[in-house]
Write a protein of this length. Structure first.
Length: 157
């Protein structure tokens, strides 16, 4: 039985120093990275989005799956170690169970994001935030075909 963590064990370990960039926004994608130890910060357009510190956390999946350049910069907050899964697309295509596990991980992230947005919407039933939250919901539930490169199924939500 394959798992992302077990696949990462076979990957190359890379040590990062504080401030060192693992992924630069705009660079070519294709590899996946699994955090082994330390913390990584995620920034997009100069805006801090998240800090990742959970061992076995995955980064680089969006550009790999969408076949695009990286949409964010990932850098080490302090000393960190990551494992690289090179040419991840080919490895996922060869292992349906592993692909399913990645899909489940992404679905869990979307669920957490949706739950957070619902909570924010309930806490701010009027005002400017309401319009912003409605725009975010629309973007999450209706990506354009051009954005994802596949036929959109409107019955998913």
């Amino acid at each position: 039985m394959s798992s992302i963590a077990s696949l990462a064990i076979s990957g190359t370990a890379r040590g990062l120093e504080a401030g060192e960039v693992l992924i630069a926004e705009g660079d070519e994608g294709g590899n996946l990275y699994v955090l082994e130890a330390g913390q990584l910060s995620i920034e997009r357009g100069g805006v801090a989005l998240a800090t990742i510190s959970q061992p076995n956390a995955l980064v680089g999946e969006m550009s790999m799956l969408l076949g695009r350049r990286h949409s964010a910069t990932v850098r080490a907050v302090g000393p960190a170690t990551v494992r690289t899964i090179p040419d991840a697309r080919a490895r996922l295509l060869a292992d349906p169970e592993l692909s399913f596990r990645l899909a489940a991980l992404l679905a869990a992230r979307l669920e957490a994001t949706s739950a957070f947005l619902v909570k924010q919407s309930q806490q701010n039933p009027s005002g400017n935030e309401r319009g912003l939250l409605a725009s975010i919901f629309a973007a999450l539930t209706s990506p354009s075909e051009a954005e994802i490169g596949v036929v959109t199924r409107h019955d998913l939500f």
